[in-house]
Design a protein around this ligand. Structure first.
Ligand code: ZN
Ligand code: ZN
Length: 666
């Protein structure tokens, strides 16, 4: 089959894993090259796509080829390294190349907006002189930056040990070499505080990229990065695709954070894409965390990453004292179910008395997780999901946290007519109320998805707390991340064990991370901190390991469990969800998918399921789950890909959701 220079392959953002061939009209020939955005006829529509290959063979479909319609004159154009990277994303995460490209590109906007990357520095900050520990770590990283070759590091250091200073010095070195810097932070970590710190230290303008910013600003920042005007990019997940020319350093801060994983197609993990990108482009990669993901620590142990330890806290501040309060005993001794224990109440009172601040974590929002009938045991559930509705006193509605549906509170049990419904499982709203009752004089703020819904509220709360205008900040895991409040000397964690019982193999890892992160918030100034952890299962090893801030003890024990059950990181894992309106259909389709997996995997894959997913129904759709495991990740992905081709004509495409390296299996 001969190739024709006038035929091109175009990637289109549809969920079909193939490319489409078009003919280039003579008038456009000079403008066509890989990475160029074009408009093409597609069925009865006109769609945008990306030329990925020029000069291809005519496909043997027998159908006549159509002409490209036009080249989009304002791009955005993808350069070869990013084309290559998006190809990897498509192959590995089993989406189409067009979908992968779509998630890498900024949104298209018509009118060019005002320029809005963060400005030049207001006043440059003098660099702190590095500590001994930072110097030792930099002695490994800086030579790698000078070598201009792929070198992966895992920077393992407690909260407050000064990881940011290490990133900054590595960035300075890369910039001095004329190379670009990509600095990824979790969604929540993009605080004005971090940005101003970077701007004060690094030369030149810094581009900010994340998916929540207005389309125009994002597009503009993207172009300024591609042109080389901004050589430093700070961003969340999707910024891993920022078109930084001559990439020299890639930082992934808080590499364990779940927000790096995209939970919709394409379901890529930005940290893992960053590893591939750094390797492709010969850049230095620094993954940083106080609680590394088991994956990253496992890679470091196996020698794939260089493990760098950053010792204790800067200025030798002591780690906070952690106390675990047994809530069963609390109940036995007080005879009352109260969300705030006596020990925590006393500690808050003392901190407030000294003019210090407290952070209180309750990782569940709303007033009560469920309304329960004490007579017949019925819970008020969501009509579309297998989940109880959460009672929100403000605005006085029952809400489903999966699908968002709202209902008024029933006056009586819908099953038996019992007039009084019991509120069970207190959330942040109820905790805030309890704290106001206990400490009527205190100034209390609450931070969760309900209170920060409006733009700017989160920043305002953080600023108020930082300035000392609030005494207590209560909230969900939002309050655990990335903030440095020197006046906080007390941290309280309520129901620390509630996530441990979830049927998800990462439940213990997530709980350990959250507790360690929270403990790191206490006593960051010159005063020592105290952490009080309330739990019913107070003897759980995860709580003890987190209290002792002993990551490696946790790692060893948890890895034993992962090895025994062949879960990541010792095994590759792909999750397939087969969904349908009728449970019988979903079940039958899932059976077909499982058979195809057996066939494609030549019986070398380990299959769990099909069976109902832990959350069996969401938005009225029944969910059957299949977990597939195998030691070789690439082979696993290829087998799943073949299996999907085998069922293509038997199971509707929309019914099968594939997640490679899933973070959650609920
Ligand atoms: Zn009832
Ligand atoms: Zn629902």
């Amino acid at each position: 089959v001969s190739e024709d220079r006038r035929l091109v392959s175009v990637a289109i953002a549809v969920p079909v894993r193939r490319l489409f061939t078009y003919r280039v009209p003579e008038t456009l020939e000079g403008e066509i090259r890989p990475g160029v955005r074009v408009r093409v006829p597609f069925g009865r529509r006109r769609v945008e796509g990306t030329v990925v290959e020029v000069g291809v063979a005519e496909p043997e479909t027998g159908r006549e080829l159509l002409d490209l319609e036009s080249v989009l004159d304002d791009g955005p154009e993808l350069d070869p390294p990013l084309l290559f990277l998006t190809r990897f994303v498509a192959d590995y995460y089993l989406c189409s190349w067009g979908e992968a490209i779509e998630s890498a590109l900024p949104p298209r906007v018509r009118r060019r907006p005002r320029r809005e990357a963060i400005g030049e520095p207001g006043e440059p900050a003098p660099a702190l002189s590095p500590t001994k520990a930072q110097e030792a770590v930099l002695a490994e990283i800086l030579p790698a930056v000078h070598r201009r070759a792929y070198a992966p590091f895992l920077l393992f250091g407690a909260t407050g040990s000064g990881k940011t200073e290490v990133y900054l010095r590595a960035a300075e070195a890369a910039l001095a070499k004329g190379r670009g810097v990509l600095y990824l932070v979790p969604e929540i970590g993009l605080t004005p505080l971090l940005l101003s710190r970077l701007a004060r230290r690094l030369p030149g303008p810094i581009a900010v990229l994340h998916s929540a910013m207005p389309a125009g600003e994002r597009r503009d920042a993207w172009e300024r990065v591609r042109s080389g005007e901004c050589r430093v990019v700070v961003g969340a997940r999707s910024a891993v695709f920022a078109p930084v020319p001559e990439l020299g350093l890639l930082v992934v801060d808080e590499e364990h954070d779940g927000s790096y994983k995209q939970e919709e197609r394409p379901r890529y993990h930005a940290r893992d894409v960053a590893v591939v990108r750094a390797r492709n482009e010969g850049a230095v990669l620094v993954l940083g965390s106080a609680t590394p993901s088991l994956e990253s620590f496992h890679h470091a142990r196996a020698g794939r990453y260089r493990l760098l330890r950053l010792g204790g806290r800067v200025e030798q501040r002591p780690l906070p004292a952690v106390r675990i309060v047994d809530m069963r005993r609390e109940y036995r001794e007080t005879g009352a179910v109260r969300p705030v224990s006596r020990a925590l109440e006393k500690a808050v009172a003392e901190a407030l008395g000294r003019g210090e601040q407290a952070l209180i974590l309750r990782n569940r929002r709303g007033w009560a997780k469920a309304l329960l009938c004490p007579a017949c045991g019925v819970r008020i559930g969501c009509p579309r999901c297998s989940l109880s509705l959460t009672w929100h006193r403000e605005p006085g509605r029952l809400r489903c946290h999966l699908c968002g549906i709202e209902r008024p509170r029933p006056g009586a049990c819908p099953a038996c007519g019992q007039p009084e419904l019991r509120e069970v499982g207190e959330g942040t709203e109820r905790i805030e109320d309890e704290l106001r009752r206990l400490f009527p004089e205190a100034r209390i703020g609450r931070m969760d998805r309900d209170t920060v819904r409006r733009r700017g509220v989160q920043e305002r709360l953080l600023r108020q707390f930082d300035r000392g205008d609030l005494d207590i900040l209560v909230g969900t895991q939002m309050i655990a991340k990335g903030h440095d409040f020197p006046r906080v000397t007390l941290v309280g964690v309520l129901s620390a064990d509630h996530t441990l019982g979830l049927p998800d193999f990462r439940a213990a890892e997530r709980t350990f991370q959250l507790l360690t992160q929270m403990a790191g918030r206490a006593g960051r100034g010159d005063r020592p901190g105290e952490v009080i952890v309330q739990a019913f299962d107070s003897g759980h090893p995860v709580l003890r390991e987190a209290a002792a801030q002993d990551y490696e003890a946790f790692y060893e024990r948890e890895m034993g469990f992962r090895r025994a059950l062949r879960y990541p990181p010792v095994s590759g894992l792909v999750r397939l969800l087969v969904v349908g309106k009728e449970p019988s259909k979903a079940r039958a389709w899932a059976q077909l998918v499982a058979e195809a997996l057996e066939q494609a995997g030549e019986n070398k894959l380990v299959l769990s399921g099909p069976g109902p997913a832990p959350v069996e129904r969401i938005r009225g759709m029944y969910r059957e789950q299949i977990l597939v495991r195998s030691a070789g990740r690439r082979r696993l992905v290829e087998a799943v890909s073949r299996a999907l081709e085998l069922v293509e004509r038997k199971v509707p495409r929309r019914a099968v959701h594939v997640d490679v390296d899933p973070l959650s299996v609920l």
